[in-house]
Design a protein around this ligand. Structure first.
Ligand code: ZN
Length: 562
């Protein structure tokens, strides 16, 4: 593998930027997304990293140290789709992992699609063991990118090459794969119910032989009887003496201390436990390597695209917190997983022929318990303790509302009932303002924003309001957007208590790494403020193809003129 050369090498000559001609294009674009990889995490334990993973990217690539998502609801589908499309949720439409669909009257999961089915029987969500409440909300097993309202960079690559560019997205999470593969690529993800990698009839009628063969070997079973153990001596870790913290969640018997045992493979939570540990990323690595090899990605002059979204960092963050022994070991293991992936790509395609971009769908908060141990204010919000009934009664009396006022709260939006929405005698703007007033009185609420105020555009031009505006899609957003105080969040999801939850517009949730490397790029560190919408536009400009249909980002000149 080609290792890092000089750090901090700057170009002194200015180069006239011309779009890459067909002969200069990289053979492969490798887009790596690490779920919940807050911007500080790749370098937090820098002296413990090995060669070839984060170090290769950070020491040979163009590293943006001041990159943020510019939308308010920093959730997984929102961030992935922003990375893929170069635009905000206002345009790409993925305003949350869930939203209330006014046409059906039900809460919708972002990539569910009743027009399709999974190609594997028994692979759909098992409501009894599924710990992801957004997945449980899906009312059908089929999945597709139909709800993404614009094109992705990967779509534009396919379009530019007459469909010859191969596009594949892989992740543990369906939404982590589908978003990046776009409308015209193929997505594969891990089914916790069937323990293998699946896709939907949107993409294919049947599995390619290599997928069927991979699944026939029961890939998840290789961890049976094993456990997640520390890579190094426990006392050598920053968090080595604080493995057991009371705020860590014990999910499915996984426990709060090392070793975390996966069990013999028969527990209904077995595959879930794999996703809560580095094993989930290792399964994705295996599948991604096979996809690269079998689909012959990057082997000819037509540029192909592979997206790999690693989810373990997110689950580990939710369950143990990002400042935990588990998260520390996970970063070191993720570093090894990245190194293996890059080594494989180097062997098959060559890193000099591969343009790599790594970022994250969102950051994440530290756990309130950890922050409080350092005297930093933080806590969990429990809306059950709010006197909601009095507030609702006051509003209903004032507006002469007989039936229900609220249909649902799907984070971050409060949706009014359809009866109230459709009642022409009610001044919707005044009603929204009244709800904003009442909400603002509850402890933990930092800001409530009414959608009619957003529509009228008469809000102060501040970063928070801009982030809420960037999240606003008139068909899918609710009537009121609720922002909680920094480091305060709800940690109860349908009965499952987790240690921490992202999804706010505060900087720990918006802050992500952006690194471009490979393809002959030279090392450079950039500290100016950039946004995640810039990535897809940079890829398009680099390739000399048209940007995705809703793109609003600006090309990152340090990559183009490097
Ligand atoms: Zn995520």
């Amino acid at each position: 593998m080609r290792m890092a050369t000089a750090i901090g090498l700057f170009l002194v000559t200015s180069i006239i930027a011309v779009p890459a001609g067909a002969e200069e294009r990289p053979r492969l674009i490798l887009q790596i997304t690490v779920d919940q990889l807050r911007g500080d995490l790749p370098t937090r334990y820098y002296d413990r990293l090995g060669e070839g993973g984060f170090r290769y990217l950070w020491e040979s690539g163009v590293v943006y140290r001041n990159a943020h998502h510019a939308h308010a609801n920093t959730e997984t589908i929102v961030g992935h789709t922003t990375l893929a499309t170069g635009t905000h949720p206002s345009k790409h439409g993925m305003v949350g992992n869930l939203w209330f669909d006014r046409e059906t009257g039900f809460t919708t999961y972002n990539v569910e699609d009743p027009n399709y089915r999974l190609l594997t029987a028994g692979a759909s969500v098992d409501a009894k063991t599924e710990i992801d409440p957004t997945q449980r909300a899906a009312r059908s097993e089929g999945r597709s990118p139909a709800a993404i309202l614009v094109t992705t960079f990967s779509d534009e690559l396919r379009s530019n090459t007459g469909g010859e560019a191969k596009v594949i997205g892989v992740s543990v999470k369906d939404r982590g794969a589908i978003s990046m593969a776009g409308h015209s690529g193929t997505a594969y993800w891990f089914s916790k119910a069937s323990g293998d990698f699946v896709t939907s009839s949107y993409y294919l009628d049947q599995y390619p032989d290599w997928v069927a063969a991979f699944n026939a070997k029961k890939p998840a079973q290789r961890f049976a009887g094993k456990s997640w153990e520390l890579m190094h001596r426990q006392d050598s870790y920053q968090f080595g003496d604080t493995d057991d913290r009371e705020w860590e969640a014990d999910v499915g018997g996984f426990g709060r201390v090392f070793p975390h045992e996966y069990g013999d493979g028969t527990s209904p939570y077995y595959t879930t436990l794999l996703t809560l540990s580095p094993a989930g990323d290792e399964l994705v690595l295996d599948f991604a390597k096979l996809a690269l090899e079998e689909e012959q990605l990057g082997r000819d002059a037509v540029t192909d695209y592979l997206s790999v979204s690693f989810s373990s960092t997110d689950y580990v963050g939710h369950v143990f917190g990002p400042s935990s022994l588990e998260a520390e070991d996970n970063i070191l293991r993720l570093d090894r997983t990245l190194s293996e992936l890059l080594e494989f790509v180097d062997e098959k395609v060559g890193l000099e022929n591969t343009l790599i971009v790594l970022s994250a769908d969102h950051g994440g908060p530290d756990t309130p318990g950890y922050l409080e141990s350092l005297s930093i204010p933080a806590g969990y919000i429990d809306p059950d303790t709010w006197d909601k009934e009095s507030a609702i009664t006051r509003i209903k009396d004032a507006f002469k509302i007989k039936g229900e006022l609220i249909a649902t709260y799907d984070h971050p939006y409060l949706y009014f009932s359809s009866d109230v929405k459709n009642d022409e005698k009610i001044d919707q703007e005044l009603l929204e303002a009244a709800v904003v007033d009442e909400l603002s009185k509850f402890p933990g609420v930092s800001l409530a924003v009414s959608s009619s105020a957003l529509r009228r555009g008469n809000l102060p031009d501040t970063d928070l309001y801009r982030a809420v505006t960037n999240n606003f899609n008139s068909k899918r957003s609710g009537e009121v957007y609720i922002v909680f105080e920094p480091n305060w969040f709800i940690n109860d999801f349908d009965g499952l208590t987790v240690a921490s939850t992202h999804g706010s517009p505060w900087t720990y949730d918006t802050y992500v790494p952006i690194v471009f490397a490979g393809a002959g790029l030279k090392a450079q560190t950039v500290d100016r403020a950039v946004q995640t919408v810039d990535i897809a536009v940079t890829l398009s400009t680099y390739m000399g193809i048209k940007p995705p249909s809703g793109a609003v980002g600006v090309p990152l000149t340090e990559v183009l003129e490097n």
